[in-house]
Design a protein around this ligand. Structure first.
Ligand code: NDP
Length: 401
């Protein structure tokens, strides 16, 4: 019997529990807990309507380690899937250690008062998880997550040596709003306003945010402007594949999104330090989040597709080759299946797959793991069977930029 506790009732949590309920052979009992219980109950009602599976719900402030530990014990979960916000990662890892269960998340820890995400805080738990004989799997969404699995798969099956790696993340979806974010606005805006950074010849190269643009013609989406950015998986890829000469991450943004972001940044609305307003402290970015559409509300109105993949150039049997692995996900199809658009879908499905591989013992180990350390084959197989099919093709030449 594999009981699981999912924390976080946002778009990603919703997709994940819908997909778990479609795989009851693995997930025998599902509890969804979050700060706002009514959101859990609404998701539970949708899961019941779509799959016929009843899940339990609970109210939880996951920053309260004792309360989280008690809830884990009460549910009998063997694994906690953390789909709350990056701020909760360390507290939920603490609760897992107290309760003696394994842990999975999709985003690395970020302190609230600093727009800085890195793995150091979570890698520091290595010894404690190892000693406890428990597994913590970090970054099991799409990016980070599937992009690292694509890379590991490329190294295992397609290239003997990878020289350059580019991750291309395109959201070709249109939700009709002049400005909205497809996942948590606070996390999203902190990420895209950070300086760009990529790995080149054994060191990090920094640049201003969103300053380096290229156009790429994405399959089933068309040509889009994409921008060089820093992204979480660059850190683990550089750690586990230090010999790759250059690793870069690109994300597409539309002109309207960038225009709004520039103005909001210029007027100070993306600041994360407290400012006094009418006698009380407010954090401008949190106030902005309250004004923007909830990512979950974009589900019914988003049309178009996402296209995310990796392009690797290197050697196979002594010959230079460039291989592209990617997935295309349709916003409307994702919504019809799970009630959420493709950005939540492409994150929630990999989280479910990682959880399934851990609970069935196909992925196992004691300590803190990144996706690069695990066998890509069972994960790639489940992607094809669980709604995120991928395609491999050889490109005629390396990227020209
Ligand atoms: P949402 O903001 O939609 O949902 C987050 C949920 O967590 C909300 O239900 C929120 O509750 C809940 N929550 C926040 N704080 C707490 C707390 N202290 N205790 C309990 N619950 C809490 O985010 P998303 O669903 O879009 O994203 C979820 C996670 O997935 C994020 O960490 C995000 O960074 C990550 N992500 C990863 C991606 C990847 O590819 N790897 C891509 C996209 C997202 P409430 O509603 O009450 O505020």
């Amino acid at each position: 019997m594999s009981k699981v506790l999912v924390i976080g009732a946002g778009g990603v949590g919703s997709v994940c529990v819908h997909k778990m309920a479609m795989n009851t052979g693995v997930f025998s009992h599902i509890t969804l807990a979050s700060r706002t219980k009514s959101k859990c109950d609404a998701i539970a009602a949708s899961v019941l309507a779509k799959t016929g599976v009843a899940i339990d719900t609970a109210a939880l402030d996951a920053d309260d380690v004792a309360a989280t530990t008690a809830l884990i014990a009460a549910t009998g979960a063997k694994l906690v899937v953390n789909l709350a916000l990056p701020y909760q990662d360390l507290n939920i890892m603490e609760a897992c250690l107290s309760a003696g269960v394994s842990y999975l998340d999709t985003a690395n820890y970020e302190p609230r008062d600093q727009a800085k995400f890195e793995y150091s805080w979570q890698w520091a738990y290595q010894e404690r998880f190892e000693k406890a004989g428990l597994m913590a799997l970090l970054g099991c969404g799409f990016d980070p997550g599937v992009t690292s699995v694509f890379t590991t798969y490329t190294k295992k099956h397609l290239l003997d040596r990878i020289d350059t790696l580019d991750i291309l993340d395109c959201n070709g979806g249109d939700h009709g709003h002049p400005f909205a974010t497809n996942f948590n606005p606070e996390i999203n805006i902190r990420e895209v306003t950070a300086p760009s950074r990529h790995w080149e010849n054994g060191q990090w190269v920094e640049g201003p945010p969103l300053a380096h643009k290229q156009v790429f013609d994405f399959d089933q989406v068309g040509p889009r402007d994409m921008y060089l950015m820093y992204h979480e998986e660059l850190e683990s890829l550089a750690r586990f594949y230090p010999d790759i000469k250059r690793i870069r991450f690109w994300m597409t943004f539309g002109a309207s999104y960038l225009k709004h972001l520039e103005v909001l940044t210029n007027v100070g609305m993306t600041r994360i330090d407290p400012v006094m307003f009418e006698g009380r402290e407010i954090i401008p970015l949190q106030f902005l989040k309250a004004l923007l559409p909830e990512p979950a509300s974009l589900g019914p109105v988003t049309r178009g597709k996402t296209n995310i993949g990796t392009i690797a150039t290197g050697l196979k049997d002594g010959v230079q080759k460039t291989v592209y692995i990617n997935n295309v996900c349709d916003h409307e199809a994702a919504y019809a299946e799970t009630g959420s658009q493709a950005v939540s879908y492409t994150t929630g499905v990999p989280a479910m797959i990682g959880a399934a591989l851990m609970l069935t013992g196909q992925w196992s180990g004691a300590g803190v793991f990144n996706m690069e350390q695990l066998d890509p084959d069972p994960f790639m197989d489940m992607l094809n069977r669980q709604g995120l099919p991928w395609r491999v093709r050889d490109l005629p030449a390396p990227l020209a930029f």
